[in-house]
Write a new protein. Sequence first.
Length: 284
Amino acid sequence: MKVIHDLDEMRLLSRRSSLAGARVVLVPTMGYLHDGHRSLLKMGRAVGPDSLLVLSIFVNPAQFGPKEDLASYPRDMACDLEMAGQEGVDIVFAPDAKAIYPAGFRTHVEVEGLGERLCGASRPGHFSGVATVVLKLFNIIEPDTAIFGEKDFQQLRIIRKMAEDLDLDLDIIGSPTVRDPDGLAMSSRNSYLDAKERRAAQCVPASIEAAKAAVSRGVGLSSAVIEEVKKIIEKEPLAMIDYVKVCDGDTLGDVDDITNGARLFLAVRIGRARLIDNCPLGRK
């Protein structure tokens, strides 16, 4: 396994692999890897034994707001490299922020109509920062395949739309959300939760299960499902709802009825952690 910091070196090795017939597979992360990331790496390695599996680790300052947790975002490069080695990563690309955003950098990517909704409403500029850095990674690494987790479903949808609109020649694969035994979706920011907050956070997966159960019972109105979810979360004193919405999985616009393609999206703050989650609700 090779660790690369230089952009030109990364591009050169990726192009050499492509010319040799290897498929280049990218798993972009901000590091502090957990088993959710491990599942992405396993999927990437499964593309083929002769593929070049690249793990990028970059805490992207452009997607953090001025009062957000850029400085305190968890980092552990030693553990990240250990997991990368265990999962057969060929290259860990860990560039410096000054290399990605050199002096005078002025270009940003906006995916209109998708980036302003849901998390974008409470984190203005966040998805512009995401789209910009992902496009830069695509241009540097030139992957044939890129893999993202469905826990950040809005992010996945935005990246797919960006790739479609800009005619990017690569496959973007979504990997199912990985959960801890208590049902909480795995996230690097879960490390912010103390024991009491972790117990409180179980209201999030519990509310998702309640939403699925309601749809299974025949509840067809989005408003009724949303109320079911809010009722559970609002019972937890430590939880503060950012949003609970039922949206079309393609447009991310609100929908009134539970139909195929509808998804539940929610964001909840508990202590320092902002927990996001989602699940499909569509029924035939």
